[in-house]
Every structure is written in C-alpha cells, then in structure tokens.
Design a protein around this ligand. Sequence first.
Ligand SMILES: [Zn+2]
Length: 141
Amino acid sequence: MTEPRTPAGKRLEEYLRQDWVRDFRTDITAIENETAEMEAAKCDETVQALQDCGRDLVGALDALEDMANQFAYWGRGGLHTGGLSALEHAFTVLGWEEPHYVEGRECERPGCEAEYTTGTPTPEGYLKLCSHHYFKLRGGR
Ligand SMILES: [Zn+2]
C-alpha cells in the first residue's frame, strides 16, 4: 500500500486506523453478509412461490381445456362456442380460434366432418363413426 501524498489523504488514513472505524467496518461487513443470506433466502422463497403459482395456473388451464373440450359444440370439423359467453371466454384464455380443430374427434368416413359418436367393428376394421354413418352401416337409411 502506498503512503498518502496529500495532507487530506494522511488524515483519512489516520482516521481509518482508529479502532472504532475498524470495528464499524467489521460490523458493516457482518450486516452485509447477513443481508445477503436473507436476500438469498427471500429469493428462494419467491422462486418457490412462483413455481407453485405456475403449477396452479397450469392445473387451472388444463381444467379449463377439459371443460371447453367437453362442453363446446362440434360442427364443421371443430369445436364452437355456440355464442355462449363462458365458452367464448374459455376459448380466448386458451388462445383457441373458432372452430377449434381437435385431432381424432371426426368421423372416420372420408369427407365427413361430423364428430364421431361411436366406435364399431366394420368390414374395413374398427372405425369411429358419427351417428349418421353408424346408422347407415347398420342398415338404416
Ligand atoms: Zn360421418
């Protein structure tokens, strides 16, 4: 450490050598360390709270999606709100366009956009069919 060249620098160094200043510095360092530990603990708590909140949000969105899938109307190859405000709100929150296409819910007869209502063995294998095509398969008109 170089010696201070100016009178003010010498006075400052003298001042800093006093016992109470050294003790004060030690106290300040201890407080800083304690504060850092408290901040780290608070940060961990905050991260945990955010993760819990995120898990709750994902669960709520999953439940909303289940409800929209169950109660939205099927037509023209997708789910519709039918103008019901609760479903419109759900579609908005889920970011769904209307109609909302859902893989695997269509009748498996080519060109049919109706929702399947039943699964049944057919000469072509097991198919998911709308009520119209199921009825036709069973000999109805
Ligand atoms: Zn069909």
